[in-house]
Design a protein. Sequence first.
Length: 228
Amino acid sequence: MDSMYEILMGLPLFNGVSRERISEVVGRAPFHFLKYLEGERVIERGEPCTHIKFVISGSVRSTVTSSNGRFQVSQTLEAPNVIAPEFLFGRNTTYPAEVVAMEPAGIMQISKNDYVDILNADKVFLFNFLNTLSVNAQKAIDGVLAVAAGSLEERIAFWIIALTQRGGTDVKLIGRQRDLYSLFGVQRTSFISTLESMRERGIIEYDQHEIRVKSRRKLLAMLSTDNE
């Protein structure tokens, strides 16, 4: 079984940090380890984001639901991964998604204050976190341009990319087709034609109730960005 140091070194926000430096951090900062059984709720939508949470074993399912309940975007986050790190700071510090364990899962969490101390302790930690925030900000700009002037494919790609994370797998946009084509402001025929084109190119599969993403990378490429 991987040692705790190896697990930490595999987490995205700890990339590039030496084993010795991680050992120093572990010795000073209180890390909390939680276990969840399959089907247990890890995070409730709207819950205050007071800790940064890492998936260190197993996997969780994160689901964002529209305010009217008409559509959802869901994704699986497998270990090692971090859950919604951009909501630790800023104006809105509540989780936008419900997160449920897909299987027995281990979560490591660090309080906001302790994580700030870690960021201040080493520039590599700080760089990793700032890079994550910058990636999300740039993704939003690409998305706004797609919504303003892009094709329907680009608009669909933006919605899915904006509501999922880089490490997300088994991504689904769930909702009735009538609600979805109304959301994008197009006729049903145009919506189905676009979905069919994306299906033929191996990007998605779809039915009456959901769009299943086969290649998130190809969706990202539609937004004219090289890296997320």
